[in-house]
Ligand binder design. Structure first.
Ligand code: CA
Length: 226
């Protein structure tokens, strides 16, 4: 197995060095960028396997950096922040972060989250075609087709749809969806699932197709043909 290369975008040298030392000891190759532009530049020059991104950065902030990274690639992003506001977490995830850690956090916790993201990425690189009705999802290309028509999905829309397609005709609770798509227990405070289900439905029903992702009141969602 090749060494995973992690980019840390963090302006506080003490934290960046602490993380770098820890990750190098765990066998990762690590690059540190101390502001957002340097981080974006590094991503253009080198292929990384994962980005650890601090929310509070001088110049362009972490949310902006996440948005630009996500627009350019589907590299896993773990966001760090000193803020504990749910609104920030939601914003970070909407901008394309895959996971989120509130400072101060235990290094072991970060390590666990990194491994989840890297593993998920490896699994998603093994090729498989999932089918449901007229939908077919290529898990290697992360590509959706409805009949012959190719449909563009964002990273999170894809993750959500893949989850449904792996569990057809089965009710998925909000807790399960949070856990599988966003990687941890998000609590009940956010409407992020509703937002993403709405995005997905818009795309899946763009040509007046029948609804396949259905709401099960008080329980969650289910993918089924009516
Ligand atoms: Ca910072």
């Amino acid at each position: 197995m090749t060494t995973s290369h992690i980019l840390i975008i963090e302006d506080e040298a003490e934290i960046a060095n602490y993380l770098r030392r820890g990750l190098v000891l765990e066998g990762f190759q690590v690059t540190v960028a101390n502001h957002g532009y340097a981080g974006l530049q590094a991503v253009r020059e080198t292929t990384f396997d994962l980005v650890i991104l601090d929310l509070m950065l001088p110049g362009i902030d972490g949310l902006e950096v996440a948005g630009r990274l996500r627009a350019a690639s589907d590299i896993p992003i773990i966001m760090l922040t000193a803020r504990d506001a749910v609104a920030d977490r939601v914003l970070g995830l909407e901008r394309g972060a895959d996971d989120y850690l509130v400072k101060p956090f235990a290094f072991e916790e970060l390590l666990a989250r990194i491994r989840v993201q890297l593993r998920r990425r490896q699994t998603s690189q093994t090729s498989e075609i999932l089918r449901f009705g007229r939908l077919s999802l290529d898990t290697a290309a992360r590509e959706l087709r409805i009949g012959e028509r190719r449909v563009e999905l964002t990273a999170k829309e894809y993750d959500l749809l893949e989850l449904f397609m792996r569990h057809p005709n089965q009710v998925l609770t909000r807790e399960v969806i949070y856990d599988r798509v966003w990687g941890y227990d998000f609590g009940g405070e956010s409407n992020i699932i509703e937002v993403y289900v709405r995005y997905l439905r818009q795309k899946l029903e763009a040509n007046s197709e029948a609804r396949v992702i259905q709401t099960v009141r008080g329980a969650g969602y289910i993918m089924r043909d009516e």
